[in-house]
Design a protein around this ligand. Structure first.
Ligand code: PMP
Length: 462
């Protein structure tokens, strides 16, 4: 058997990866040509690669490592749980202590009246659960025609057939014949990119009212639910105008539409509250969770369900749905330990009082750069638009994402992982990041943007 270790030369590891590994969201041939980066270890907010470079991870992995890397308490809890009960299922009249404890703990931190959880192993699976759950709920309520779920263009809700259908990403729909039937997409509340001459408040209302128009067109008796992230993450860190969420809540209430808040990114402290719904002051019926519930140390996803909805489900026969790893004991034990750390180390207070205000101030400095517009942050999420003309809120003429991609490459060269969504640059650092580390992150981001700007100027593209 091949012995493959951290100590092998990078080139050998790269060759093996290229020979055997199909990467998610990746153009395989391009990756082979560029060579993959091999991350070997991580601590705090820093990653180390196989060449010994230290890179500040401003994306918390994939928006998930909320308490930072290297917390050995989680490893110890996982080892203990593996020794005691490595696996058992929660089907067929059985349960176990870690899943009982996690469900009960989630009920304590979730908004009032949301005391039930259905578990999965990822956000995508949880959103698949949500599709079946809300449709089953309305059928149980004697309204079997209430089946349509309204989502938004440029939303991201996962990569399974259901998750990608809820999502509003056209390139994803184009592969595999999506969306599945009964899913409708309205426009997103992205004022900087799509607001035209409206002011943000007016635009927020207009975009929310598309939900009402859609409900009126389809008929209230046909629409089951509306799903959205409190703040869009993978769509580009899009923070809606203040008028948006109150209007969405009014529409859902008046038309008896279930509100699903996808908290996969916004949950577990990202906004300074346990959930983004609390920061946005909305009252969801279901919250999708994943990522930060374990800080990424184990795969857990789930749906936190309002009691009134759970009661209907419980009273109407069997819900024919579940995953082998729903409520996996090791993953549940790790989630509990992560939630203990967030609570005992007052991570939410750190976000609210220290990290988020510091990030907002430091990030705002990027707005002084001639190529940067739309400087936004909320809690520990931040984004900027790269633009050839910030006054006109213009987009680059080159194919969308070209400039963003160049900038992302300059980020790696400058020792920081940021992500580009089109020509927006975004960050989502670990919640435990210190003010000094935030300054380092923003300094490196500035250098990456500025080097991109210089490249464009050298090529007469700016
Ligand atoms: N919803 C949102 C808002 C997400 O950001 C993601 C992942 N980026 C998902 C769902 C899907 O989660 P997973 O990748 O765990 O399936």
């Amino acid at each position: 058997m091949l012995q493959i270790t951290n100590h092998m030369p990078t080139e050998d590891l790269r060759a093996l990866d290229a020979a055997h590994h199909l990467h998610p969201f990746t153009h395989g041939a391009e990756l082979k040509e560029k060579g993959v980066r091999i991350i070997t270890r991580a601590r705090g907010v820093y990653l180390t690669d196989s060449d010994g470079n230290e890179i500040l991870d401003a994306m918390s992995g994939l928006w998930c490592v909320n308490i930072g890397y290297g917390r050995t308490e989680l490893a110890e809890v996982a080892a203990r749980q593996m020794r005691e009960l490595p696996y058992y299922n929660t089907f067929f009249q059985t349960t176990h202590v870690p899943v009982i404890a996690l469900a009960a703990r989630l009920a304590e931190i979730a908004p009032e009246g949301m005391d039930h959880a259905f578990f999965a192993s990822s956000g995508s699976e949880a959103n698949d659960t949500n599709i079946r759950l809300v449709r089953h709920y309305w059928a149980a309520m004697g309204k079997p025609d209430k089946q349509v779920i309204v989502s938004r263009k440029n939303a991201y809700h996962g990569s399974t057939m259901g998750g990608a259908s809820l999502g509003g990403m056209q390139p994803m729909h184009a592969q595999g014949g999506l969306p599945i039937p009964g899913i409708v997409h309205i426009d997103q509340p992205y004022w900087w990119g799509e607001g035209g001459d409206m002011d943000p408040a007016e635009f927020g209302l207009a975009r929310a009212r598309q939900l009402e128009q859609t409900i009126e067109e389809l008929g209230e008796d046909k629409v089951a639910a509306f799903i959205a992230e409190p703040i869009q993450g993978a769509g580009g860190v899009i923070i809606p105008p203040e008028t948006y969420w109150p209007e969405i809540q009014r529409i859902c209430d008046e038309h008896e539409i279930l509100l699903i808040a996808d908290e996969v990114i916004c949950g577990f402290g990202r906004t300074g509250e346990w959930f983004g719904s609390q920061a946005m002051n909305i009252r969801p019926d279901i919250m999708t969770i994943a990522k930060g519930v374990t800080s990424g140390y184990q795969p857990v996803g789930g749906s936190i369900v309002r009691d009134t909805v759970a009661e209907v489900l419980n009273a109407h026969g069997e819900f024919f749905h579940g995953y082998t790893y729903s409520g996996h004991p090791v993953a549940a034990a790790v989630a509990l330990e992560n939630l203990r750390i967030i609570e005992e180390e007052e991570v939410l207070r750190h976000v609210r009082e220290v990290a988020a205000p510091h990030l907002a101030r430091a990030w705002a400095r990027l707005g002084e750069h001639p190529m940067v517009g739309d400087v936004q942050s909320f809690g520990m999420l931040a984004g900027v638009a790269l633009t050839p003309d910030k006054e006109r809120r213009a987009a680059f003429a080159s194919p969308k994402g070209t400039v963003g991609q160049r900038c992302r490459e300059r980020c790696f060269a400058n020792g920081v992982v940021m992500r580009h969504v089109g020509d927006r640059m975004i960050v989502c650092p670990p919640l435990v990041i210190t003010p000094e580390e935030i300054d380092t992150m923003v300094d490196r981001a500035w250098r990456a943007i500025d080097e991109t700007f210089e490249q464009l100027r050298a090529e007469d593209l700016f």
